[in-house]
Design a protein around this ligand. Structure first.
Ligand code: SF4
Length: 93
């Protein structure tokens, strides 16, 4: 994991992200996904956008309020499973 080869792989994974990824509001969770799937052009015409981008973006945007709620529960030392009751109450609104 700390080998030079592994470090280079990790650095390249970030350094080769296209502009669309660098500006993306779910970059922190997605990170452009696997480099082997990065063969589309982004909205600026740059190479390296992930073939699964639309799906990943939709997924991460969808789960964001649930993840935020569970994070808040954890920080308050309550069970994140409280998300189920939160959803039954009609959230996210
Ligand atoms: S969702 Fe798309 S644009 Fe955003 S980081 Fe992932 S691959 Fe890049």
């Amino acid at each position: 994991m700390y080998s030079e080869r592994q470090q280079t792989f990790g650095n390249n994974k970030f350094d080769t992200l296209p502009q669309q990824c660098r500006e993306c509001d779910v970059l922190f969770a997605c990170y452009g996904e696997c480099p082997k799937n990065r063969f589309l052009k982004d909205r600026y015409g740059n190479k390296g956008l992930n073939y699964l981008c639309k799906g990943y973006y939709a997924f991460f945007r969808h789960v964001m309020p649930y993840m935020d709620f569970m994070k808040q529960e954890l920080l308050a030392k309550r069970p994140p499973a409280n998300v189920m009751e939160w959803v039954k109450q009609g959230n996210p609104q």
